[in-house]
Design a binder for this molecule. Structure first.
Ligand code: HEC
Ligand code: HEC
Ligand code: HEC
Ligand code: HEC
Length: 470
């Protein structure tokens, strides 16, 4: 079996060196042959018998386990995270501030196994460290010393089995990615597929039919388009420490089809994200319907008194209804138009301390609001008089058809809130934000995307004419 494997392996690498446009059926057939997992791999079909077949199964499982360890051995082994940075990690690297991240093989060698010669050649993942593709096809025993050496320091940290799994993965499990994924367009080199049995019956259980069900990670479509190598690696080996299945036992054609299908799945709906982000900005505790943090937010100025009934964890408490800052804290207006990823980074910092409360999805929506949802409120409201810069009569029909169903013709129908007229006059910026983005935790719609600014101004003027007393 070992020799068969090696031969198949040689065949595969020879093809890999050729470089194709689209992966051909012949090439795929050879790759299927290379996979130690597939019984079709054995040309005469005899290898499936007895002990050899068993060895085969165990090897596939070991390779997949090695792949998960490569991804994140701390998570896979539920092991204690090292508190200090890995000695081989460059101190100026992006992940230097998160010591345990620097201990993942993938952090230094990449999802495409090519290190600095692959997708990690620049950007936040850059380390300058070389890839490990050279060891592909070597004897596992000859690979072991390369990462259990003094510098890598995995000899003492990983048990025997894990070291064997990793060595098996490096010898037999690293996909020659350039053969299957175009390094420039990042698309799978097959004709796009419109259906995937694997996705629709396996992945769907946890990731949802459109790949957007898990709030802790980006939509799968986005992940697979931005980093197909990661998706390929996770599909073949599973997710460390989780129940996600490893597809290594299936053939490569199916896996590529699944990946191609995932690359066609939708992103998060941007208008929805902005509107939800606006509600979270207003009051994420109500919007998420979670218990409020008991303590005062650590960044809230000590000298300032906390308003009764308010919560210092709301973005709006520190950054204001007009986004220009409150309590001496700066506004968020200068971040309008900034890249959402940069804003997510700010929200994940120690000042904001939101880590335990908000998931990826929430941070993404907040960032979408900060980047794309802010308006200059002075264009809508005269800051001297607090009057809306619009004409109330123009929006009569809008108010009656869109708002009165809930708020009543005079704005006093909802008993749990002050009359709309009072809010619009006393706190017009607050009223404007809520008209644009809706009310957290309630069914009130967000109007920003469906009403042009002119109508919003007229609407606000109309609200200011409504009765202010209960
Ligand atoms: C903090 C960065 C870092 C991490 C984490 C890391 N490596 Fe490395 N690795 C390196 C560097 C740097 C080299 C090159 C060393 C040299 O050239 O002497 C290397 C070399 C290797 C090589 C030899 C490649 C060759 O062509 O000779 C293998 C194999 C390897 N690493 C496997 C692993 C495995 C498996 C893990 C995880 C268990 C891992 N590495 C984790 C930095 C890292
Ligand atoms: C039993 C549940 C389960 C199934 C089934 C499952 N996954 Fe996952 N998947 C997870 C979990 C859990 C994570 C990690 C989430 C996290 O990091 O918070 C994950 C993460 C991922 C990621 C990484 C996303 C990222 O940015 O971290 C990819 C890619 C992925 N899965 C693809 C797939 C594919 C493709 C399938 C089907 C072949 C699949 N998953 C089936 C549970 C599952
Ligand atoms: C208790 C007060 C407080 C709360 C609540 C708060 N922030 Fe901040 N925020 C700050 C402080 C203080 C800074 C400035 C930090 C610095 O400059 O290092 C800041 C900075 C920012 C910035 C960068 C502004 C710039 O121009 O650099 C953004 C964007 C931001 N916050 C968004 C939010 C969002 C969204 C929320 C709600 C999830 C939020 N903040 C909640 C105190 C707060
Ligand atoms: C589906 C019902 C519904 C519709 C339609 C609706 N709202 Fe609301 N609105 C609510 C609810 C519920 C609240 C929050 C009530 C509370 O605080 O208890 C609210 C709150 C508000 C507030 C915030 C008041 C405050 O306390 O800050 C304003 C202003 C407002 N609505 C204006 C409008 C305008 C203008 C329209 C039409 C363009 C509209 N609403 C359409 C249900 C609705």
């Amino acid at each position: 079996m070992r020799t068969a494997l090696k031969n198949n392996f040689k065949k595969m690498t020879r093809i890999g060196a050729g470089g194709f446009g689209t992966v051909t059926a012949a090439a795929l057939a050879c790759v299927v042959t290379m996979s130690p997992s597939v019984h079709a791999a054995d040309p005469n079909g005899s290898g499936a018998a007895g002990a050899e077949a068993q060895f085969d199964q165990a090897l596939v499982a070991s390779i997949a386990a090695g792949g998960r360890l490569y991804d994140n051995w701390m998570r896979e082994l539920a092991d204690r995270k090292p508190g200090e940075m890995h000695v081989l990690y460059p101190p100026e690297g992006e992940k230097a501030g998160v010591p345990d991240e620097t201990w993942r093989c993938v952090t230094c060698h990449g999802w495409d196994y090519k290190g600095v010669d692959g997708a990690f050649e620049s950007g936040p993942d850059y380390t300058g460290i070389k890839g490990i593709t050279r060891v592909r096809g070597m004897k596992p025993d000859d690979i072991t010393p390369l990462f259990t050496d003094e510098k890598h320091d995995f000899g003492n940290r990983l048990d025997k089995q894990s070291i064997a799994d990793l060595s098996n993965f490096l010898a037999y499990g690293m996909t020659p990615v350039d053969m299957f994924i175009d390094p420039v367009t990042r698309r799978v080199k097959i004709e796009p597929v419109s259906a995937s049995p694997h996705f629709s019956t396996i992945c769907v259980n946890c990731h949802g039919a459109d790949g957007r069900m898990m709030a802790t990670i980006p939509p799968l479509g986005d992940v697979a388009r931005a980093d197909p190598w990661q998706s390929m690696h996770k599909m073949l080996n599973g997710h460390p420490g989780d129940a996600m299945p490893a597809l290594r036992a299936f053939d490569m054609i199916t896996t590529l089809g699944t990946l191609s299908f995932i690359q066609s799945l939708p992103s998060r709906d941007q208008l929805f994200a902005i509107a939800r982000g606006g509600k979270l900005y207003d009051n994420w505790i109500d919007e998420l319907d979670i218990p409020e943090p008991k303590d005062v937010h650590p960044a809230f100025p000590k000298k300032d008194s906390v308003r009764e009934g308010s919560n210092t964890w709301r973005c709006v408490e520190c950054h204001g209804w007009d986004y220009k800052g409150a309590h001496g804290i700066k506004g968020i207006d200068s971040k309008s138009g900034a890249h959402p990823a940069a804003i997510m980074k700010i929200l994940s910092d120690d000042t904001h301390a939101l880590g335990t409360y908000l998931k990826y999805e929430d941070l993404y929506d907040l960032a979408s609001f900060v980047s794309f949802g802010q308006i200059e409120m002075r264009e809508y409201i005269d800051p001297q008089t607090n009057k809306a810069r619009g004409n109330a009569e123009n929006s009569e029909r809008y108010y009656l058809t869109l708002c009165a169903t809930c708020h009543g013709e005079d704005g006093r129908a909802i008993r749990t809130m002050p009359p709309v007229g009072r809010v619009a006059n006393e706190r017009p910026q607050q009223a404007l934000h809520k008209v644009l983005h809706g009310h957290p935790g309630d069914a009130m719609p967000a109007w920003q995307a469906s009403m042009p600014p002119l109508i919003i101004k007229d609407m606000l003027a109309k609200l200011q004419t409504l009765p202010q007393r209960k």
